[in-house]
Design a protein around this ligand. Structure first.
Ligand SMILES: [Zn+2]
Length: 152
């Protein structure tokens, strides 16, 4: 998160926690589309609204902002700590909800993938992530996929 954003921008960012069409989301959609996957926008699984739903494959894809979802060990999650203290409860709520959603989907036989924002920022890294995701979708050998944290 950028340090020098003005108050207005900041509050807009804060209110945009679950905003759709975030950049990582758009990038991931485009990449999957390019690989031949087809999906409708705004699909739901029960009450849960993953960013991308591959219904026939029972795969749900989430793109997580590293700050709001507190990506463990990621520098994007730990920037701006003074400000972050005020949002501690929000972070905890988000993390609890993420876990609950993961459990619910997995219990219903869905496979869940999480693409972290930090792994979408560089074209080469992102390409690897999407390649790995593609393999994971096709081989179907585990119920959970997470894009690798980019150590920079
Ligand atoms: Zn991250």
């Amino acid at each position: 998160m950028v340090d020098n954003v003005d108050k207005k921008t900041r509050s807009r960012m804060m209110s945009g926690i679950r905003s759709s069409n975030t950049k990582p989301e758009v990038l991931t959609r485009k990449a999957l589309h390019r690989l031949g996957y087809r999906f409708r926008l705004d699909s739901k699984v029960g009450k849960i609204k993953p960013d991308i739903v591959l219904r026939s494959l029972k795969v749900a894809v989430f793109t997580h902002g590293c700050y709001w979802h507190q990506h463990q060990g990621c520098k994007l999650a730990y920037s701006d700590r003074d400000y972050a203290d005020k949002w501690k409860n929000k972070f905890e709520d988000n993390q609890k909800r993420d876990q609950r959603v993961l459990n619910e989907l997995t219990n219903q036989g869905w496979r869940v993938a999480v693409i972290w924002e930090c792994t979408t920022r560089e074209a080469e890294v992102f390409q690897d992530v999407i390649g790995n995701l593609d393999v994971w979708i096709k081989t179907g050998d585990s119920s959970y996929f997470e894009s690798d944290y980019q150590k920079t």
